[in-house]
Design a protein around this ligand. Structure first.
Ligand SMILES: *Cc1c(COP(=O)(O)O)cnc(C)c1O
Length: 402
């Protein structure tokens, strides 16, 4: 097998187009119907938003769901509802999208980065416990790539220190831990419906909770501080207009009908791809604890060892793999605390204490994941079939034998 690599003009390992989002006439008709009704907005024009919220809460096994404009504002709603005060500390992982941490800044709180577990790339419970101070108020575990965090350990730490847990489930729609939907285990679960996510309406977000008080506050913050049953011009809380449109809501209701089957397909494909990659020296899938009853593979991550690829850098390998037709990426180039936002403390009007200094932060496992180890295959590729998974593994072998 000494074929010319696609990056050098050779044939691709796989020619298939993996489309995302997956949609058809039901989505088109549902949106058209709302457009034709003239009732495009919330809260006084139709019930599509409330209907989707009820459907999503039921799907997750939670009491309440509140939609909002995106999966960043949803974190902000959750943090404020959890009662954080200026200067409070919020524990976050460094291997995640920016808003897991920047939403904390927006609440005038201090993101405290703790390292990830190298076997799963999720926040390490031992590192969480070591980082707790009297100022710690909230933990935001991110189910990275859709792989569940060690929620048993995280919830017991939260209970021991009286902390709130906001699950950042932006990658984790439909995934499960011990048979429970992710997002439904912590005090609040936060999701994004941005266009790359496993459930999407282009943009959008949602929070879920079982707690009546958290629900009431997040609902109020989403709706310019109004309260349920209150008068239109009575504003009680420092919220904003974070509402979605009825068009988004019906699109989400249609997409939600497909989510469980899509999740199971990705889960099966991920398990099969694990067996294929385990046979290839120099690549290794992340570990899956048996408590993970369903993985939604928003990102299928494997570890790459350049020693088995003639010293080829991860970035070059990932570029070759993408050229072979595998929807893949080299992942984050560095952990979040390396961003200029944190390094330069460019927090503008936000009141972060002077002693906070991100230039001393080091999370060696996150740094290693970014610089040399982690390669991502994207969720829409995980909706393929077994032959596609075999083609992905063969593309890796082709690069290895170059
Ligand atoms: C996408 C994402 C968000 C933010 O969602 P938006 O809807 O894009 O604002 C938050 N956290 C994680 C982990 C994400 O991947």
């Amino acid at each position: 097998m000494n074929e010319k690599l696609a990056i050098n003009g050779g044939p691709k390992s796989i020619e298939k187009n993996f489309n995302w989002p997956v949609y058809g006439e039901p989505e088109i008709y549902a949106v058209a119907e709302i457009v034709a009704s003239g009732k495009w907005g919330n809260p006084d024009c139709g019930d599509a938003i409330a209907r989707f919220e009820t459907e999503f809460a039921a799907y997750c096994g939670s009491k309440y769901a509140i939609t909002c404009v995106n999966g960043s504002v949803s974190l902000r709603l959750a943090l404020i509802a959890c009662g954080v005060k200026p200067g409070d500390e919020v524990i976050v992982p460094p291997y995640t999208f920016i808003t897991t941490a920047s939403s904390v800044i927006e609440c005038n709180c201090v993101p405290v980065f703790v390292d990830i577990d190298p076997d799963t790339y999720n926040i390490s419970p031992a590192a969480i416990e070591a980082a707790i101070t009297p100022r710690t108020k909230v933990i935001i575990p991110v189910h990275f790539g859709g792989l569940a965090c060690d929620m048993e350990a995280i919830m017991s730490i939260a209970e021991k220190y009286n902390l709130k847990v906001i699950e950042d489930a932006a990658h984790a729609h439909g995934a499960e831990y011990k048979g429970k939907k992710l997002g439904s285990i912590g005090h609040v679960g936060s999701f994004s419906f941005q266009s790359s996510k496993n459930l999407t309406s282009g943009e959008g977000g949602i929070v879920i909770t079982n707690d009546d008080e958290l629900y009431a506050m997040m609902h109020s913050l989403r709706n310019v501080g109004r309260i349920e049953g209150g008068a239109w011009y009575d504003h009680y809380n420092p919220g904003c207009n974070y509402r979605i449109t009825q068009m988004q809501a019906v699109l989400l209701s249609e997409q939600l009908k497909k989510l469980e089957a899509q999740t199971r397909t990705r889960n099966e494909n991920g398990l099969y791809l694990n067996t294929l990659l385990e046979k290839i020296a120099g690549v290794e899938p992340l570990k899956r604890d048996e408590k993970i009853t369903l993985h939604c593979y928003h990102i299928y991550i494997f570890k790459y060892d350049p020693a088995y690829f003639g010293g080829l850098s991860k970035a070059d390998f990932a570029e070759m793999l993408a050229a072979e037709g595998v929807p893949s990426y080299k992942g984050y180039p560095h952990p979040l605390y390396k961003q200029p936002l944190f390094q330069n403390k460019n927090f503008m009007c936000y009141a972060i204490p002077d002693h906070v200094d991100y230039t001393n932060v080091h999370c060696p496992e996150a740094e290693k994941a970014c610089s040399s180890d982690a390669v991502w295959i994207l969720q829409h590729a995980m909706l393929g079939d077994k032959a596609d998974m075999e083609a992905f593994a063969n593309a890796i072998l082709k690069i290895q034998s170059r």
